[in-house]
Design a protein around this ligand. Structure first.
Ligand code: ZN
Length: 198
């Protein structure tokens, strides 16, 4: 096998769920049938890796220092929904009529993986709550062990800032990931959220 081909197959394996066999199939496919698609994919991957950063206010993916959602005057600044990932943020946007703003942790508390309060941007979140604009912080971390531990810490931060914290109602299955929950269930859990005691 050519060196370049072997390197391409190895590089494709950085994608989640892509093992050696699938990587090989993808590489052969683009070389046999879709070189234009391969060039387009390469360009988009390079541009995204170079140009998509994180919003300085909410930490979600953004091409500008402040994302369009944070910059929008149409969103209610008194409501702040805290999620683990940009994918969870998108799931809530698509499933609910939420019109507030977000804060994206880019992970969840996981000391073994080196993810602590600093990595989750909790100092930035505390500053955000301290400026007094937020009235309710909706904690939408996943109902996993780590997500619950993260929710507990978030509730303490909210309490310290004098901000009411709420948690999505049960109905989100334990151990489930928001990203994969059907829209109706997520919308219901979001709508019937409950107070979270720190
Ligand atoms: Zn933002």
């Amino acid at each position: 096998m050519s060196t370049l081909l072997a390197e391409l197959i190895e590089a494709l394996r950085c994608l989640p769920g892509v093992g050696a066999k699938s990587a090989q199939r993808m590489a052969f496919h683009v070389l046999e049938r879709d070189r234009a698609g391969a060039r387009r994919l390469a360009e988009k991957l390079a541009a995204a890796a170079d140009r998509i950063g994180n919003c300085t206010r909410c930490r979600t993916f953004s091409e500008t220092p402040v994302c369009t959602l944070c910059a929008s005057a149409q969103r209610d600044a008194q409501l702040l929904c805290v999620v683990e990932t940009p994918a969870d943020q998108l799931a809530i946007e698509q499933a609910t009529g939420f019109r507030g703003r977000y804060f994206v942790l880019l992970g969840r508390l996981s000391p073994l993986d080196g993810l602590g309060p600093k990595e989750l941007g909790l100092d930035l979140l505390a500053d955000r709550l301290a400026d007094g604009e937020v009235r309710e912080m909706i904690v939408a971390t996943n109902p996993t062990v780590e997500g619950e531990a993260t929710a507990h810490l978030l509730s303490q931060i909210a309490r310290a800032a004098g901000v009411r914290a709420t948690r999505l109602a049960h109905g989100v299955p334990l151990g489930g990931e928001l990203e994969y929950i059907d829209r109706g269930t997520l919308a219901h859990a979001f709508g019937s959220r409950q107070n979270l005691d720190g």
